[in-house]
Design a protein around this ligand. Structure first.
Ligand SMILES: [Zn+2]
Length: 346
């Protein structure tokens, strides 16, 4: 089992809500190099081995409650999680100094038990994209998104491997159960100015891949709203464009919806300081709303900080429905239909 550096704990810093300091992005952690000072290099190995063996761990930092929240009551309709990272382990320690975590099969079983009938597993580098494509190919109820994350793009670029990495994404995207390019986009919070050209080049290449393969695109947009919208307008957005973990305000939500983009709401919509997200939700047309966990991060209230997982989707959906003054099953059915519209049948 090849385990890379632990993923930083988002609770170590405030969660990513506009107007406050955002979460460190899990894709930016360089692997430690044994016996030497760690150097920055791509986490993905272009000629990787068995993708099913890939796994990452989320840091527990010793303070966080790493027990899984209780299972919610199922909704009365089947629902989906349109963005998750099940390759990242989280959960109670297994005693070996590592975190535990549910297996992929356990995750899917727990999800199904509460009416979550499918997930879109998103990659962010070569290895996690390979894992995502493998998971979708071997597991019913899993579809994949594959991409080089905007914070990884400059790292690959500096290593002279960005084009090779994007070529791997192109190959993976041809598989029938890879239904999106993602997560791609722009991140002006984590990436320094000198990395922005590579990020932009990578984003545009990913947009082209989504169009070439006729699949959806999941956008990561962090402190880069205007540049993301401008890029999509300039080069032309794929037909199905999703703002994963939508982080804008009501004005941006209106612009995005007017252009036919989808807004995917994550557990942070429940956070006290995320009024901008609730304002955005209030003006988003029902046929543009998606829901995601971004697990293991962004666990909805009242479980913030504990491991997130697809089986918690009903918690966020009920919150969204209450905000909209709707019946949870009615909103759930609409969001499920939107999900199928974007990614196809699971
Ligand atoms: Zn994500």
């Amino acid at each position: 089992m090849s385990t890379s550096a632990p993923v930083p704990d988002p609770r170590a810093v405030p969660e990513r809500v506009e107007g406050s300091a955002p979460v460190p992005d899990p894709r930016t952690v360089p692997e430690p190099v044994e016996g030497s000072t760690p150097v920055e290099r791509p986490r993905g190995t272009i000629d990787g081995g068995d993708p099913s063996q890939y796994v990452r761990e989320r840091s527990t930092d010793g303070r966080r409650d790493v027990s899984y929240p209780p299972a919610p009551e199922p909704l009365g309709v089947p629902v989906y999680d349109n963005h998750t990272h099940l390759e990242i382990e989280d959960g109670p320690s297994t005693g070996s100094g590592t975190v535990g975590g549910l297996s992929l099969d356990e995750q899917l079983e727990r999800a199904l038990a509460v009416g979550v009938h499918g997930v879109v597993q998103a990659g962010g580098d070569v290895d996690s994209s390979r894992w995502s494509a493998w998971a979708a190919d071997t597991h019913p109820r899993v579809l994949a998104a594959v991409a080089i994350h905007p914070n990884e793009a400059p790292v690959y670029e500096r290593a002279g491997e960005l084009d090779a990495a994007i070529a791997v994404i192109d190959e993976l995207a041809a598989a029938p159960r890879v239904r999106a390019i993602g997560e791609t986009g722009l991140d002006f919070f984590r990436t320094e100015a000198d990395g922005i050209p590579a990020q932009l080049r990578s984003f545009e290449a990913h947009i082209a891949l989504a169009k070439k393969h006729g699949i959806a695109m999941q956008i990561h947009d962090r402190d880069a709203h205007d540049a993301v919208l401008e890029t999509l307008e300039r080069v032309g957005a794929p037909e199905k464009t999703v703002f994963h973990c939508f982080s804008g305000d009501a004005d941006m939500a209106r612009i995005a919806a007017d252009r036919g983009y989808y807004l995917s709401f994550a557990g942070n919509v429940t956070f006290k300081n995320a009024q901008n997200l609730r304002d955005a939700l209030a003006v988003t047309p029902l046929d543009r709303i998606l829901v995601e966990t971004d697990a293991p991060f962004l666990t909805p209230a009242p479980y913030r900080g504990r491991p997130n997982a697809p089986y918690l989707i009903p918690v966020t959906l009920r919150f969204l429905a209450a905000e909209r003054g709707m019946d949870a099953d009615e909103l759930g059915a609409q969001v499920a239909a939107n999900t199928i519209e974007v990614y196809g049948e699971f």
